[in-house]
Design a protein around this ligand. Structure first.
Ligand code: 9MR
Length: 376
C-alpha cells in the first residue's frame, strides 16, 4: 500500500516516535527497599502532613521506597496520651493502617522516654511527685494500653529511649529518680506482657560511641541474664560528614550483636551543616543560636558537598552491609531533605540536606552511591 504521508510529515512522525520511545525507555530508579531486600529492611519515619495527604506525593513515594515505617511523633506519650485517662490514637492509627496496607514492618516509637512526656505523668492530681508504686502503675497502664491497642500490628517497640548519658551513666530522668534503676526492667516486662509476639528494643543516639556503649552493654547483659526479653538495640544514627568514625560504628555493631541482639539503625541521617560538636547528639533540649555563617547553603548544596555526602553514605552503608547478618533494619529519619528535623535542630531555620532524596523527591548522588553498596 502506498504511504500517504508526505516525507516531511513522515520525518516529524519518526522524530516523535523516537522521542517517545527514548522517554519510555529511561530507566526507572529502583525502590530503595528492593535494592536492599537481601540485606535488611529500609524504613522511614512518617509525619502528619504525609499521612493526611496534604503532601500528595508522599504516600506513593513511601510505599515504593520503604518497607518499614516509624511514626515520627504520633506515638510519643505527649501525643498519644496527652492528659490522664485520655488516649488519642487517630494519627498513629492512620500511619499503621497505611503501612500494613503496603505490607510494611511497623515500629512503635516510643514507650518510655524522658522527653516528650508531659509533667503530669510524674505528679499526682495536686501536682506532688508520684510515689514509686504510683509511677510504676502509671507506666504499666500506659504500656498495656498503647501496646495492647496495636497488638499484632506493631511488630517491634522502642520500649526505652535514651536512658543513658554520654559518659555511660544512667540518665537522671524522672523515671530513674522516682522508680529507681529497675524501671528499665519493668518497662521491658510490661511491654512483653502486653504483646508477647512483639520485638522489644532499647534505642539511643551516640550509643555507638565507646563511653555510652560501655554503659549500655551491662544493662542489656543484666536484662538477658534475668531472662527479661529484649530483642534488639537501635543505634539512632544521627550522624555527620566527619563523625563518628567508621571503625567505631563497626566495632559497636559487633559488640551489640555479640549479645545476641538484632542491631538497627533507627533514625539515620547525615548532617552537612557546620554544627558545634557539643550538639552532635540528638538531645532536643539543646539549642544553638542562628548565624548566617552556620547556614551556608540556603540556595542549594554545592557539588563538592554533595560528593562528600555521597561518599560518606557509601562508607556508612559499606559498614552496614558488612554486618548485614546482624543489622535487620535501616530507618531514615525523614522521607526527603525538606522533612528532616535537622533543618531546625540544633539551630532553627537552616537548610540542611541530610537524606537520600531532595526536596522534590529526586534521588541525590548519595542515593546512587548507597545503592551501589548493595551490589558489591
Ligand atoms: O523528629 C522528631 C521531631 O519532629 C520532634 O520535634 C522531636 C521531639 O519530639 O523528636 C524528633 O525525633 C527524635 C526521636 O523521637 C528520638 N531521637 C531523637 C529524634 C530527633 O530529635
Amino acid at each position: 500500500m502506498k504511504n500517504s504521508f508526505s516525507p516531511v510529515v513522515r520525518y516529524f512522525l519518526s522524530i516523535l516516535f523516537l522521542t517517545f520511545s527514548l522517554l519510555s525507555c529511561k530507566k526507572k530508579d529502583p525502590g530503595l527497599k528492593d535494592v536492599f531486600s537481601d540485606a535488611f529492611l529500609i524504613g522511614t519515619c512518617m509525619n502528619v502532613t504525609q499521612i493526611n495527604g496534604t503532601d500528595l506525593k508522599a504516600k506513593p513515594f513511601i510505599a515504593a521506597n520503604f518497607n518499614s515505617v516509624t511514626a515520627e511523633n504520633a506515638m510519643k506519650w505527649e501525643r498519644i496520651h496527652p492528659v490522664p485517662g485520655k488516649y488519642d490514637f487517630a494519627v498513629a492509627d492512620s500511619i499503621v493502617k497505611f503501612a500494613l496496607a503496603n505490607k510494611m514492618f511497623v515500629v512503635g516509637h516510643v514507650l518510655v522516654w524522658h522527653s516528650q512526656t508531659p509533667d503530669w505523668v510524674f505528679q499526682d492530681s495536686l501536682g506532688n511527685p508520684l510515689t514509686r508504686d504510683a509511677l510504676i502503675s502509671r507506666m504499666k497502664e500506659h504500656i498495656f494500653t498503647v501496646v495492647g491497642h496495636f497488638r499484632g500490628r506493631v511488630k517491634g517497640w522502642d520500649v526505652l529511649n535514651e536512658a543513658v548519658d554520654e559518659d555511660g551513666s544512667l540518665r537522671k530522668s524522672k523515671w530513674l529518680e522516682i522508680i529507681g534503676k529497675d524501671y528499665i526492667q519493668l518497662a521491658f516486662e510490661f511491654a512483653n506482657a502486653a504483646d508477647p509476639w512483639a520485638e522489644l528494643y532499647y534505642n539511643d543516639y551516640n550509643n555507638e560511641l565507646p563511653a555510652k556503649r560501655e554503659g549500655i552493654l551491662p544493662i542489656i547483659k543484666d536484662l538477658k541474664q534475668k531472662g527479661v526479653k529484649i530483642d534488639g538495640v537501635g543505634i539512632q544514627g544521627h550522624w555527620h560528614l566527619d563523625s563518628p568514625k567508621l571503625n567505631v560504628i563497626d566495632e559497636s555493631i559487633s559488640k551489640y550483636a555479640s549479645l545476641g541482639l538484632k542491631v538497627m539503625i533507627t533514625e539515620m541521617e547525615v548532617n552537612v551543616l557546620p554544627t558545634p560538636p557539643e550538639v552532635y547528639g540528638a538531645d532536643v533540649s539543646q539549642q544553638a543560636r542562628y548565624l548566617e555563617t552556620l547556614n551556608p547553603y540556603p540556595a542549594g548544596l554545592p557539588d563538592s558537598v554533595s560528593n562528600q555526602l555521597a561518599q560518606r553514605y557509601a562508607d556508612l552503608f559499606g559498614v552496614l552491609m558488612k554486618h548485614k547478618d546482624a543489622v535487620t533494619r535501616v530507618t531514615f529519619w525523614g522521607v526527603h531533605d525538606g522533612y528532616s528535623w535537622k533543618n531546625d535542630w540544633p539551630i532553627k531555620g537552616r537548610t540542611n540536606y541530610p537524606l537520600l532524596f531532595d526536596r522534590n523527591y529526586k534521588p541525590k548522588k548519595a542515593f546512587y552511591s548507597v545503592i551501589k553498596t548493595a551490589k558489591n
